[in-house]
Ligand binder design. Sequence first.
Ligand code: HEM
Ligand code: HEM
Length: 247
Amino acid sequence: MNYLLFFIEGVLPYIAIIVFVLGTAYRLWRWLATPVPLRITMAPARMTWKGVAGKITAEVLLFISLLRSDRFLWVIAWTMHVFAIVVLVGTHFFGVIEHGIDLWTPYTVPAGKAIIYVAASFAFPLIITLLVLLFKRILTRDIRRISIPTDYVAIGLVLAHVMNGTYMSFFMEVDMAEVMKWGLGLMTLQPHVVEGSWLFALHTATAFSLFIYFPFSKLFHPLGQITNRWTMTQKEEKLIAGGSVVK
Ligand code: HEM
Ligand code: HEM
């Protein structure tokens, strides 16, 4: 047994899930417990539940603020997220179902393989959008000036992860039955290592590094956007400890 492989595929996933859950809870709690002395709601403010929910939904689904401020960045950033969702749902989610069925019965899902193949091809435009975001940061003088090293870590880690997944999927064979055994092993607390595939280990290492990095970095932005808009629309007496400034 290779100890490094065992650590990456059999130990790191558990560490990552614990750090992800506790880190996310801690960060959300810190944000919501911090008093907001000045309300910075921008007009037109939405104060009703319906209004707030609509604003948050528009932000999450359509990146509305970004659309209003930078059309080019919006196209690239929005399509990047959509391509990533297509890959994750179409190949990772349906792939697990398809290969799971393969393991236990000779039944094949009609069009199952086609869905996975089509969804997997979205990996290429996904890589292009990530590269455009990275190069925009490097080549645009003003963005480069305000970028800090961790900005590059976040996008670099996602790019490295997606690129090695794509190489594994299109340019080599991964034993999917072994991958399924790995997943089942994790769930039943009996870790199983996918022997002989360093690229799978790399894909797992980068995936779980993303989980660990998520609560402590700008990758946290999906939850940031939601809590930020929620806080901005609360009444002062709820925001200031002890209610020292009330209306
Ligand atoms: C509700 C879900 C999400 C929303 C609404 C959202 C929104 C956004 C927006 C508006 C941007 C552009 C920011 C800017 O440069 O001004 C962005 C960039 C980005 N997002 Fe998300 N995001 C979501 C989920 C995620 C997730 C789960 C990940 C991966 C862990 C992710 C990874 C990225 C990356 C890598 C960038 C590019 C950052 C850069 O240019 O340096 N996003 N996101
Ligand atoms: C622990 C979680 C993950 C595991 C175990 C995993 C596993 C795999 C495997 C086995 C493949 C190769 C599929 C094949 O050869 O048919 C693959 C491909 C890929 N993975 Fe992941 N993956 C994980 C998370 C992610 C995440 C979060 C992303 C982000 C978008 C991602 C992006 C990709 C891409 C773009 C490909 C290539 C296209 C495809 O066949 O799906 N993976 N992944």
